[in-house]
Design a protein around this ligand. Structure first.
Ligand code: PEP
Ligand code: MG
Length: 586
């Protein structure tokens, strides 16, 4: 038995067996597959080699065209290695003979080749070691990467263990089979963590060394409330976890009774509770949990779950299906927010040096106009079907907002010329998720129809803390006084200009931060659907004046440590039952 500690990112407890997903940048451990899967494993290896060959051939042709035949020779060398049966033959034979994974066989064969080159007396040959490692990484990427990963071979219910998982990998999870996951990397607001909450599966991230501790089939418990991972649990531990699973089930049942009750404070103030979604099929869960609409549709997940850019028609069908399912309730569609930790296959070809500060989100859209326009056409067409708002992400300057709006108007003109129906008066708002937008909120409020504060990014950019990095996770805090001040100013600016405002970052779904936000004047919270019942209970248990007092005092404190302590104590006093003996930030 071994207990490991990580960051709790998606509540609940999963008990099951381990399924490891390797990382092509690392040493691949030796793992075996059941005898019945050996043929499939050989086929995966062959496919990865074929995919690498096509990729390299395309690169060779492009390089020859742009830089000449001499420069393209490097790819000829790589292609030559892959065509050499003395490399691929033994690796397929190893899978056949030993039943090892395709990843392990490729890695072993490539390492053997690299060591042969390294041992050559001629220095020119020794430089080939880098080429072999490069090639090894390429083939392994085809095996491990988003759309070909071993995850697709999962045929039983299991807990996924990986060094890291991208949001696209999480989005591609077979929902019937993945019952939880644990990774070594990641933070509470990384999109992989957010997606785990959307799927309602327990997850722990930032769990150092976990993938080295386990092998496929080992027994494991993931505790997504406490951030604990137990490998090979004892009988007593399992029994204790079963008791907690049952208690959580009863709590969920009692919260479910709140779904149809209004979201008003004890002194009669309405707080609107909306759901965040990544894909249209999450809408039933939003409604079941009592959500009054969708406050944030992260449309980039349509791109992340597909191996091609979704066509206008595919997107239109997705947006129109959301409008239909919501039956008159509001839907806020955020335009593409790709980049940073969310990449499509095509984007990943050219890695960013500094992804969170790079060509992401609205910047990427403004540089990829045909793609952006395709999405805007699809969104606008869906606006003819019911209430829908458009929201631009990561706006940092009024120029950027105006550019995005200009393009939207352009698309409207096109649709009009073509006689296609849409809502000419569609509301166009923006995310306030970088300090420049928060500081300039007054100027933006004159132009935007509404604001939605994205605390996930606002915290990251205000505090200079990468939201996906487990090593700085303890510095990531929505209660930091600087963040509170920015939010307060945005709320005031929205009030002065009389435009609607909501908060859709993860903080909106966290007990003590929700109280703080309400106290700061926020009247609409948008959160993962599973947190809506808890939020509703919170709203119905407090008086607005209590939240206001809490926020006023919190805003006077000068350190995030003081604010966090104060908020937790305050929240515990106002609503002790919300904590149920768990940590406040569960
Ligand atoms: C945010 O930044 O708070 C937000 C809601 O957007 P995302 O989490 O998708 O970056
Ligand atoms: Mg964001």
């Amino acid at each position: 038995m071994e207990v490991l500690k990580g960051i709790a990112v998606s509540p609940g407890i999963a008990i099951g067996e381990v399924f490891v997903v390797d990382d092509e940048r690392r040493r691949i451990p030796r793992r075996t597959v059941p005898a019945a899967q050996v043929a499939a494993e050989k086929a995966r290896a062959e496919q990865a080699v074929r995919d690498s060959v096509s990729e390299l051939a395309a690169l060779r042709d492009r390089t020859a065209g742009e830089l000449g035949e001499e420069a393209a020779k490097i790819f000829a060398f790589h292609l030559g290695m892959l065509a050499d049966r003395s490399l691929t033959g033994p690796l397929l034979a190893q899978i056949e003979r030993e039943g090892v994974t395709a990843e392990f066989a490729v890695w072993t064969a490539m390492e053997l080749l690299a060591s042969r080159f390294a041992a050559m007396p001629d220095a020119a040959f020794r430089t080939k070691v880098d080429d072999v490692r490069d090639l090894s990484g390429r083939v392994l990427r085809h095996l491990i990467g988003e759309h070909a990963s071993r995850l697709h071979t999962l045929r039983h219910r299991a807990v996924v263990v990986a060094r890291d998982l991208t949001p696209s990998q999480a989005a591609a999870f077979d929902r019937g089979h993945v019952i939880g996951f644990v990774t070594e990397m990641g933070g509470r607001t990384s999109h992989t963590a957010i997606f785990a909450r959307a799927l309602g599966i327990p997850a722990v991230v930032g769990c150092a060394g976990v993938s080295a501790h386990v092998t496929d089939g080992a027994a494991i418990v993931i505790d997504g409330d406490e951030g604990t991972v137990v490998v090979d649990p004892t009988e007593e531990q399992l029994a204790a976890y079963q008791v907690r699973i049952e208690r959580a089930r009863l709590l969920r049942l009692s919260l479910a009774e709140l779904a149809t009750l209004p979201s008003v404070t004890r002194d009669g103030h309405r707080i609107e509770l909306m759901g965040n979604i990544e894909l249209p099929d999450e809408i039933p869960a939003v409604l079941e949990h009592g959500g009054e609409g969708v406050g944030l549709f992260r449309t980039e997940f349509l791109y992340l779950t597909s191996d091609h850019e979704p066509t206008e028609e595919e997107q239109y069908q997705a947006y129109a299906s959301c409008v239909r399912q919501l039956a008159g309730r509001p839907l806020t569609v955020r335009t593409l927010d790709l980049g940073a930790d969310k990449y499509t296959q095509a984007q990943q070809e050219e890695p960013e040096r500094n992804p969170f500060l790079g060509c992401r989100s609205i910047r990427y859209c403004l540089q990829s106009l045909p793609m952006f326009k395709r999405q805007l056409r699809a969104i606008l067409r869906a606006s003819a079907q019911g209430p829908l708002k458009v929201m631009f992400p990561l706006i940092t300057s009024t120029t950027e907002f105006r550019q995005a709006r200009f393009i939207l108007n352009d698309v409207m003109d096109d649709l009009e010329d073509e006689g296609i129906k849409f809502d000419r008066n569609v509301q166009v708002g923006m995310m306030v998720e970088v300090p420049s937008a928060a500081i300039m909120a007054d100027a933006f409020a004159r132009e935007a129809d509404f604001f939605s504060i994205g605390t996930n990014d606002l915290v990251q950019y205000t505090l200079a803390v990468d939201r996906t990095n487990e090593r700085v996770a303890s510095l990531y805090n929505p209660g930091h006084p600087a963040v509170i001040r920015l939010i307060r100013e945005v709320v005031r600016a929205a009030g002065r200009h009389d435009i609607p405002l909501s908060v859709c970052g993860e903080a909106a779904g966290e007990t003590e931060h929700a109280l703080l936000l309400i106290g700061l004047g926020v009247r609409t919270l948008s959160a993962t659907s599973s947190s809506i019942p808890r939020l509703k209970r919170l709203v119905r248990s407090v008086e607005l004046s209590q939240c206001e007092r809490l926020a006023k005092k919190a805003a006077q404190l000068d350190s995030e440590v003081a604010v966090t302590g104060f908020l937790r104590d305050g929240a515990r006093k106002i609503i002790p039952e919300a904590f149920d003996g768990r940590s406040a930030d569960e």
